[in-house]
Design a binder for this molecule. Structure first.
Ligand SMILES: [Zn+2]
Ligand SMILES: [Zn+2]
Length: 189
């Protein structure tokens, strides 16, 4: 049995949260961690009870969605709402934080940022993190832990199998490949 690392565990949590995003422009998730415990989580979404971008479309102002509260800020606000200290904590985010989130993170006393994917990394955000001594480290989610593009892989494999069929490959071999694909994509055990 192989245990997953703390990094992978917390990053996987943020990727799960990202799946709850309601803004269609970018699905982001963030988890705030202190002493190896998740103290808060957030994703890109509207205010509670507000209309969702996924239903009513984004409210664009200067090419930014004004409706959305970013995942990092949502997680920090959750701490404010329930009175949980963020001082000295760490944050795991699926994407490099934008400038506004960068400032909120620094101001909340979060000391370490782990992000999975680069995203329009703003040089001023990088500078502010450096100046304030917040460490920034990229931690990519290992595919094995949470397969985030399973549907695409399935579609691609189906297309490949369809093309193989047209090449005149013997039915017996084709069947073997179909069986293998089924085994990989459909977990029935
Ligand atoms: Zn939006
Ligand atoms: Zn942001």
């Amino acid at each position: 049995m192989e245990r997953i690392s703390w990094h992978q565990y917390f990053m996987a949590q943020s990727h799960l949260l990202a799946l709850r995003s309601t803004c269609t422009r970018l699905m982001v998730g963030a988890s705030i961690v202190r002493d190896k415990r998740i103290i808060a989580g957030g994703y890109n979404g509207s205010i509670s009870g507000g209309s969702h971008c996924s239903e009513d479309g984004c409210y664009l102002v200067d090419d930014h969605c004004a409706r959305t509260i970013h995942a990092e800020v949502n997680a920090i606000i959750q701490c404010a709402k329930f009175g949980v200290a963020t001082e000295g904590s760490e944050i795991y985010v699926t994407h490099f934080p934008c400038l506004n989130c960068c400032k909120a993170i620094i101001q909340a006393g979060i000391r370490k940022i782990y992000y999975a994917a680069d995203y329009k990394n703003h040089p001023f955000a990088e500078e502010l993190f450096r100046e304030s001594g917040v460490s920034v480290e990229q931690v990519e989610l290992e595919e094995m832990i949470l397969d985030t593009n399973n549907k695409e892989k399935l579609a691609f494999t189906a297309e490949l199998l369809g093309k193989l069929e047209k090449t005149g490959m013997p039915e017996k071999e084709l069947q073997k490949m179909r069986n293998k694909a089924n085994e990989l994509f459909i977990h029935t055990s």
